[in-house]
Design a protein around this ligand. Sequence first.
Ligand code: SIN
Length: 332
Amino acid sequence: MSEKNTKQPTIRVLATGGTIVGMAGSATRHEYLPGQIGIDDWLGRVAEFGLPAQMLGTQIANIGSEDIGPAVWTALHGAILEAMTDDAVDGIVITHGTDTAEETAFLLDLTLPARKPIVIVGAMRPADAVGSDGMRNFVNAVRVASDPGASGRGVLLVMGDRVLAARDARKVRTRGTDDAFRGFPRGSIGLVTPAALEWFGNPWREGEDARYAYPTAMPEVPILYIGAGMTAELVDRILPANPSGIVVAGVGEGNMPNAVRERLIEHRKNGLIVVRASRVDEGLVDREPEDDPNGFIAARALNPQKSRVLLMVLIASGIADAASIQKAFDQP
Ligand code: SIN
């Protein structure tokens, strides 16, 4: 190994599937299958670009991200912890479908120390499509994971040239490569250019341990999506047998019909934790005066799917009082 090679960062690449390794069988076909290219094949293709990094691949799964859940999360979490304690590894890249990348990113962000760069990356077009964005995104992700300045910022998501923090990242397009993800409330916290990697602001979690223990069992937390005229019966139908929490994707600032609110208040008396989020794309859901007597939590900047992830982690950690839960939702 040359001296130059020994100075290159070593990146552990954990592959889970998605469109980034999807194939359509034609450069222009609409339909395609996610998770078709294995990690060794993928890293072989990457090698053509001569990136200044050593890449070690691990295949965790090779599936569409709609099927990612506790089993893959647990395998990923364990593999990342192993890479974090391995002195030979400088950074970690996770390839992932974009559909649920924000949920995986946020779960890992909550349950891992912020000591090495951890970057999730996906693509909107399969690997054989015209204008495929996968390789560009991946190369950018490796550049971010190779930068010591990326640590202390929690888990990051790279799409296009933008770097987003896990807590902020949201998928905002069903198809198409332009601005498929956005950050809220923070926009991009970094930008990859051909010449440089620019960070906007300082790391905010430097040296921080995991905020929460990784759950040994994930509670089932449904999301109740509110529509005009919805009745209270749906609340009962959507709740699992022993419900511990529910996220309401409310209208506007987390609002819901009176009948639904009254039914949730009844369940609240039996210990159900109720989080009010919003079905609106962006904006804060702040606490309302009636949240105190109702015992409800305001999701603040988290969308319903991220609220669900945080609530699952909090419940699994045994955090059940409304004030502590609200504090976790308030945290940047
Ligand atoms: C998926 O999430 O696995 C499919 C969609 C994508 O990766 O963009």
